[in-house]
Design a protein around this ligand. Structure first.
Ligand code: PLP
Length: 405
């Protein structure tokens, strides 16, 4: 008789967004005449920009010609894209990153979920609370999180770093030393950013304690304030301790097209001189057959002058929504965070409702879908996330409905 991986059986419930989808479809079935506005899941709504579409078409045409047809992509990514990222992302920031440290993938979800595989079974993991659920769940799947306590919703072997209004949603350095630290700035779900000085403290802490930071910069393109680093490699010494994960989903609308990358510097080494970069390369070579050529060409086009202009316009469009949400909710008397360097607004629920009570309240009375903060961790209880990724018209309608409650 076969047996399943028991670590998977430890996962509590289903994935947050599947739970929300179930609730919303029950509501729409019961209320077919109501227009439900979805500001819950962090998915983009603007179409791919013309520069990307042009690149996609021309890459498709190449596939029709035997002379230019492409089969398997190199599993670490085409050098045209890796070199472009090196120059247009990292050189531009004055950060030292080499092409052979850039691994092209199908997105940040898989990379942020898979990266833990190359670390030891007894790796002690630290995460922010609230947190993008993938980091914890994938460590549960790998059997290193200990015992789950349904009362506190915490795992016994995970270091949780509360992110609250008191610390501006940027965690304090933990007293118990972790081996692997997940940081995500600008943050999903709180929309908070971190200053360069505070991020430097994390890099110094990781180096001192021989820990590795997994830095998820999926929302980097939304940074609008000075002194907020776009990459962890802007911090001194980060090449010795930090892995950075990036995505084309939120900066260029690739959520359905799928493209991302991870930087693993050669300077991250074990005491025996094993390069973490080489292990990640080995993993890619074994488990991943490369992002499609067509999509990598589309990714390259994002960095062209046209692509940069057009994707900046999309980001400005979403950030205009963020402003509308933030100001509208403030006018309505809500306490609101985020929305300045990220497309997420993090609000305190009204009347001390729990996050899920507020979810039901908003769905039933304003027919607006958001995400309960508690779904991201216990410190998210009493908070709620709205995204700026809707259309402007829907965003305005949703906020106007909330204002009338
Ligand atoms: N990382 C964070 C923090 C996210 O919020 C998301 C998506 O919402 C992802 C990664 C996933 O990005 P991708 O679409 O590239 O898989």
């Amino acid at each position: 008789m076969f047996k399943v991986n028991e670590d998977y059986l430890k996962l509590p419930g289903s994935y947050l967004f599947s739970n929300i989808a179930k609730k919303v479809s029950a509501f729409t079935e019961a209320n077919p005449d109501k227009k439900v506005i979805r500001l819950g899941i962090g998915d983009v709504t603007q179409p791919l920009c013309p520069a990307v579409i042009k690149a996609l078409h021309s890459a498709v045409d190449e596939m029709a010609d035997a002379a230019t047809f492409k089969g398997y992509a190199p599993d670490l990514g085409y050098s045209f894209l890796r070199d472009t990222i090196r120059d247009k992302v990292y050189k531009k920031l004055g950060a030292e990153v080499y092409s052979d440290e850039i691994f092209i993938s199908d997105g940040a979800k898989s990379d942020s979920g898979n990266i833990q595989e190359i670390f030891a079974k007894d790796t002690k993991v630290a995460v922010c609370d609230p947190v993008y659920p993938v980091y914890v769940d994938t460590n549960v799947m790998s059997g290193r999180t200990g015992v789950y306590d349904p009362a506190t919703e915490l795992w016994s072997n995970v270091i949780y770093m509360p992110c609250t209004a008191e610390n501006d949603f940027a965690p304090a350095l933990p007293s118990e030393v972790p081996d692997l630290i997940y940081l995500c700035f600008p943050n999903n779900p709180t929309g908070a950013a971190i200053t360069k000085e505070r991020l430097q403290e994390w890099v110094d802490y990781a180096i001192k304690n021989k820990a590795v930071i997994v830095y998820d910069a999926a929302y980097e393109a939304y940074i609008s304030e000075e002194n907020v680093p776009h990459s962890i490699y802007e911090c001194e010494g980060a090449r010795n301790c930090a892995i950075e994960i990036r995505s084309f989903s939120k900066n260029a609308g690739f959520t359905g097209t799928r493209l991302g990358y991870t930087v693993v510097p050669k300077d991250i080494k074990t005491d025996d001189g094993v390069m973490v970069r080489d292990l990640w390369a080995r993993r890619h070579g074994t488990k991943f057959n490369g992002a499609p050529y067509i999509i990598q060409k589309a990714g390259e086009a994002v960095f062209s002058d046209e692509g940069q202009k057009e994707t900046s316009e999309q980001i400005a469009y979403y950030m205009n929504n963020a402003k509308y949400i933030k100001e509208g909710l403030k006018d309505a008397g809500y306490t609101v965070y985020g929305g300045v360097n990220a497309p997420y607004i993090w609000l305190k629920t009204s009347d001390n409702m729990t996050s899920w009570e507020f979810f039901d309240f908003l769905l039933e009375n304003a027919n607006v879908v958001g995400t309960p903060g508690s779904g991201f961790g216990p410190s998210g209880e009493g908070y709620f996330r709205l995204t700026a990724f809707g259309s402007y018209d829907n965003t305005v309608e949703a906020i106007d409905r909330i204002k009338k409650l």
